[in-house]
Design a protein. Structure first.
Length: 258
């Protein structure tokens, strides 16, 4: 099944996206992670203080899928080592070891294995891009959650991935995002927020970065960040935000002209 999947991808997606290889050598069909701009910004208040909440999403526009195999030798190890499985143009695969870690996450809305650090969130001051806050999110359970272009009629391979729910005793887990699909996390899910309690009013950039450390091999790293510019104001203890601009493909979001 995996062999057929790799061959289908080679036919459907332009092979030019893969890096050049010597004549006669099979080519790597690498993923290309495209960070979407943060969406559905809002605020929450409660005993925890004040939060900026948002959704995040990452597309795979590459010639091959992003596939991560997690493994550990003993249940005493709290994390699994994450290895990247790369499909090749001749139907074979190769493995890049140690691209990250998988951790079993327990939260109010889910319990399963997350690929740690897959997508990171930063809040920066708009005028000087100085870092103010960074997320504490525990990673993503990778899967085919939506089709980037439904009209393409591609078949998802990882649509039913659940990342080992309740599987604290698992020794191996496979997660992935097929070519032409993406993974998203809605604002109401655990970790999709930044604590803005006491943050001064002003303009801020919210920047999302996929594969920030570039540990995962991709065909293009230039599209791994996107951002939103917004203004924060306070009505007593209640925060108010106004989105000023949305900037896909840019780590820093400038004010629109005019």
């Amino acid at each position: 099944m995996l062999r057929a999947h790799a061959l289908a991808l080679a036919l459907v997606v332009a092979a030019a996206a893969a890096p050049a290889a010597p004549a006669g050598e099979p080519q790597d069909l690498l993923p290309d992670l495209v960070q979407r701009a943060p969406f559905k910004l809002g605020v929450q208040t409660g005993d925890f203080g004040a939060r900026l909440v948002f959704g995040s999403a990452v597309d795979n526009a590459g010639a091959g899928p992003l596939v991560v195999d997690g493994s550990r030798t003993s249940r005493k190890e709290p994390e699994m080592r994450a290895d990247q499985v790369i499909f090749r143009s001749d139907g074979s695969t190769r493995v890049v070891e140690g691209v990250g870690a998988l951790r079993f996450v327990v939260s109010p809305d889910h319990r399963h294995w997350h690929f740690v650090g897959f997508d990171r969130f930063e809040l920066r001051r708009a005028h000087n891009f100085k870092l103010v806050l960074r997320d504490r999110k525990t990673g993503f359970c990778l899967g085919d959650r939506y089709a980037v272009d439904p009209a393409a009629h591609l078949t998802p391979v990882y649509a039913r991935i659940r990342c080992g729910p309740e599987g604290t005793g698992l020794l191996r887990v496979r997660e992935g995002i097929s070519t032409g699909f993406g993974d998203d996390y809605k604002p109401e899910l655990e970790g999709q927020y930044l604590d803005i309690t006491g943050l001064p009013a002003g303009r801020y950039d919210l920047t999302h970065r996929a594969n920030a450390d570039r540990a995962v091999l991709e065909s293009d790293y230039s599209n791994n960040a996107a951002s939103v510019l917004f203004r924060l104001d306070w009505d007593g203890a209640v925060p108010r935000i106004k989105v000023l601009n949305v900037c896909p493909g840019a780590e820093r979001c400038q004010a629109p002209p005019g």
